[in-house]
Design a protein around this ligand. Structure first.
Ligand SMILES: [Zn+2]
Length: 204
């Protein structure tokens, strides 16, 4: 699910901090379960957790009023922010001259835009597709997220699974696939099991 984006978020923070700029780092639902940005390469950084009612504007104005210096924001997992929070980030960029760098994915496992990601694309000065691209098991560029519940790929359900509720399935994971294999619901594990089955193959 990451596709190297948290790594890029931390790299961007490092580049700006190295120039003496002061930043704040935000995230939601980090894989560590805490308000920390962690990348698959093992880098970590403390972060401010963006809850559903987190007020970016108030938080920032309070910090500035108390004499803090803030030059930029690093916003990881920005797809999970509410559209209102994304709008607040645009206002902060325009009114407070703080550079806001958002990192996230566009679509969920049903191939639908996250509401926050949609608002971000609508408002951003600039959007870039990651150069560190994830690959599907077949080798093509992975453009879609698959949700796998207890070994089975699903395409319906809540957009966000909160891991610690009773209703949550026991084993939810995500796998990136190319569009074709997302459409066919052919995860790496399923492709492997299918290839072991003698004829006839169910996929043409
Ligand atoms: Zn594929």
């Amino acid at each position: 699910m990451d596709a190297g984006k948290s790594t890029l978020a931390l790299q961007t923070n490092h580049n700006h901090a190295a120039r003496g700029r002061v930043g704040l780092i935000f995230t939601v639902h980090d894989r560590s379960g805490e308000a920390v940005v962690t990348s698959r390469l093992g880098l970590t950084h403390d972060a401010i957790e963006v809850t559903e009612d987190f007020d970016f504007w108030r938080h920032t104005v309070d910090a500035l009023t108390h004499g803090a210096r803030v030059d930029y924001f690093i916003c990881d997992e920005a797809q999970f922010y509410t559209p209102e929070q994304i709008e607040a980030l645009a206002k902060i960029t325009d009114e407070l001259q703080i550079d806001v760098f958002c990192f996230g994915i566009l679509t969920d496992f049903r191939t639908r835009l996250f509401p926050g990601a949609a608002r971000l694309v609508e408002l951003a000065d600039r959007t870039e597709v990651l150069q560190v691209e994830a690959l599907c098991w077949c080798g093509k560029r992975a453009t879609h997220n698959a949700r796998v519940e207890d070994g089975v790929m699903v395409t319906e359900g809540d957009q966000v699974v909160v891991g610690d509720t009773d209703e949550a399935p026991s084993a939810v994971s995500y796998e990136v696939l190319c569009r074709q294999h997302h459409r066919r619901r052919l995860t790496a594990a399923r492709a492997q099991s299918v290839s072991l089955v003698p004829e006839p193959l169910p996929f043409g």
